[in-house]
Design a protein around this ligand. Structure first.
Ligand code: GSH
Length: 121
């Protein structure tokens, strides 16, 4: 219990420091950004607010200027959905909808590599 509280507190501190030291965002033309926004509508990040792997992933999402919806998988319906459809409770997990197919990508380093390969210039 105490360990869990400590971990949550430390995670929140890291999230706060990460917010204060946010990287510079990629700038795109209005037209390019519109295309990216449309593609990002088909992605959502299942995450825990204070998880360091999620924080790392959110930093890249911010840097790439992607309006990806974040879904709280710590409790509630998105947690159940992650388990039911993704296969396990582990965050972060990127839900990718592509031509009617849904893919669930775990592992922060895989998610980051995927987003960079798809959206970095
Ligand atoms: N290697 C994974 C580690 C992810 C991980 O361990 N996430 C923790 C939260 S920090 C988790 O989901 N634990 C399962 C749980 O808390 O139920 C990554 O880089 O994404």
């Amino acid at each position: 219990m105490l360990l869990k509280l400590l971990r949550e507190g430390l995670g929140r501190l890291i999230a706060f420091i990460s917010f204060l030291t946010r990287p510079k965002q990629i700038k795109r033309s209005e037209e390019e950004q519109k295309k990216v926004d449309e593609q990002a509508r088909h992605l959502s990040l299942y995450q825990f607010y204070a998880c360091p792997f999620c924080i790392k992933t959110r930093r890249v999402i911010y840097q790439l200027n992607l309006p990806i919806e974040t879904r709280d998988a710590q409790k509630g319906p998105y947690r159940e959905e992650l388990l039911r459809e993704g296969g396990e409770i582990k965050a972060p997990c990127l839900r990718i909808e592509d031509a009617g197919e849904v893919r669930w990508m775990y592992e922060s380093s895989d998610i980051i590599a995927y987003l960079q390969q798809r959206f970095a210039k």
